[in-house]
Design a protein. Structure first.
Lengths: 277, 277
């Protein structure tokens, strides 16, 4: 069983379908969860085999909660793979005439990512935020007339059987989200892998971060992402999350880590997995 | 005129009052804004002299929108000072008996930061998220009876004239927020300053970040914070925001920057200002 961050028809649901068809794992049962905590707890307790959640978007940035929850879960819970999909917002409505649309409903993030389109084609329409895009599509499906439109994933339109009026109405066309499949496995090295680690540096030795990054650099390990999250102890104390282009079984990464692990005030390996392509 | 992120009685309003009393600037007119964009646009157009917004919290992490907006504003708009205040959530209600409280309303973040208290003392109460803590306090003030409570800043209780039942009910007592005063001035060096900069590194030269950090390290400049935000162009391309413990007029910082500025694909100085104490 695989858990995903719902509701049904969310971009995470869409990312899960992309993963399933690519990995030829059709027929596996999937279940929607309301929060990231529930997904990670589900994997931890063995209730679900995997869970999938967004981890970063090319416009909005990182999803801090996933990182916070990963280091709070038990050590067996790690990132088993990544999935990257384009985010295409669709205008979803029963009407065939855009002039008939009097109201547009969507999550605030979708509304803000489509504001150019809305100003151009629906300048008079009332704009109303709802708790999720899929909820908006569901609401549209329950309305008898066509003067309301939702913004959301194509998949939500299919699920709730409402026509897509126009695809990809987001202002920024380069809009991608990276999702991670959380589980308890470690895929073998493929030669094109990523490793995610989390670490803290002693508060009184701020130069440690540079020492750490230098060590990876010396071993020619590319750092594809660095994100800092608060330690939740003291303002100004952080935990760093780093994605490295290597598998934990690769010798350069082993060597780099062995040189610096004693510098950390805290260290967690969060998974080695193939890069998405 | 100083703009702050409202509504009235918000923690930002409280931070502004702390700043005004510390800097002896009483009597200056203050005005509430609804969004960070409005505050930064207001400073940019000269409509307000300063604006104050949160930039990071010791539990929730950074406020990405402030960073995104700062690099989109004109170059004259910078950070002029920082203000750090403890975040103390209060239980605000008309009743003197906690058993009479049937419903608790607050922003989801406040509800989540006080969940231990709520489970212990109000296990039966209905929990309802509202758009802001101050809105919740205002709602409580408008209810005739005492069976509803809000969670929020002490200041909101004063403004709406509702008694504080208990102070500091947040589970994590170490809860601080750092605010920045945005303006068009640069305070002179005090010997204990911070400088905030933003830069991009070329996508095809990932080692550049290490080169940059090494340059500061060589000049013995402490790095007190590093945050990455998406470039909004390509997934995996970031802009780094760094706080350094130096003023831009200090020679070591001048030297470090002169050595590395040619490595950046993008660079913006975002202010030099005294450290909060």
């Amino acid at each position: 069983m695989i858990g995903y961050l719902g509701p049904e028809g969310s971009f995470t649901h869409q990312a899960l379908n992309t993963f399933l068809s690519k990995s030829n794992q059709k027929g596996i049962e999937i279940v929607s969860f309301q929060t990231i905590t529930q997904i990670i707890d589900g994997v931890n307790s063995g209730k679900i085999k995997y869970g999938i959640t967004p981890i970063e978007n090319s416009i909005e940035g990182g999803v801090g909660e996933v990182l916070d929850q990963l280091i709070r879960a038990s050590q067996k819970v790690t990132i088993n793979t990544e999935v990257i999909i384009p985010i295409e917002h669709c205008l979803i409505t029963r009407t065939k005439k855009i002039t008939e649309v009097k109201k547009v409903i969507a999550h605030t993030q979708a509304l803000s990512q489509c504001q150019g389109y809305l100003k151009r084609y629906l300048p008079e329409a009332e704009i109303e935020p709802v708790t999720s895009n899929s909820t908006g599509v569901k609401m549209v499906s329950e309305m008898p007339n066509g003067n309301i439109a939702a913004i959301g994933p194509e998949m939500a339109a299919k699920i709730y059987n409402v026509p897509v009026f126009e695809k990809a109405i987001n202002d920024e066309k380069e809009n991608f989200t990276r999702f991670v499949l959380i589980g308890t496995e470690t895929p073998l090295p493929t030669g094109k892998d990523k490793t995610t680690i989390a670490f803290g540096v002693p508060y009184d030795k701020p130069g440690t971060l540079v020492t750490v990054l230098n060590s990876f650099s010396r071993e020619k390990i590319n750092l594809s992402r660095i994100e800092s999250r608060p330690s939740k102890k003291t303002l100004g104390e952080y935990i760093f999350f780093i994605d490295l282009e290597a598998h934990r079984d690769d010798s350069p990464l082993k060597k780099a880590l062995s040189e610096i692990v004693s510098e950390f005030s805290f260290y967690r390996w969060l998974g080695s997995y193939p890069r998405w392509k």
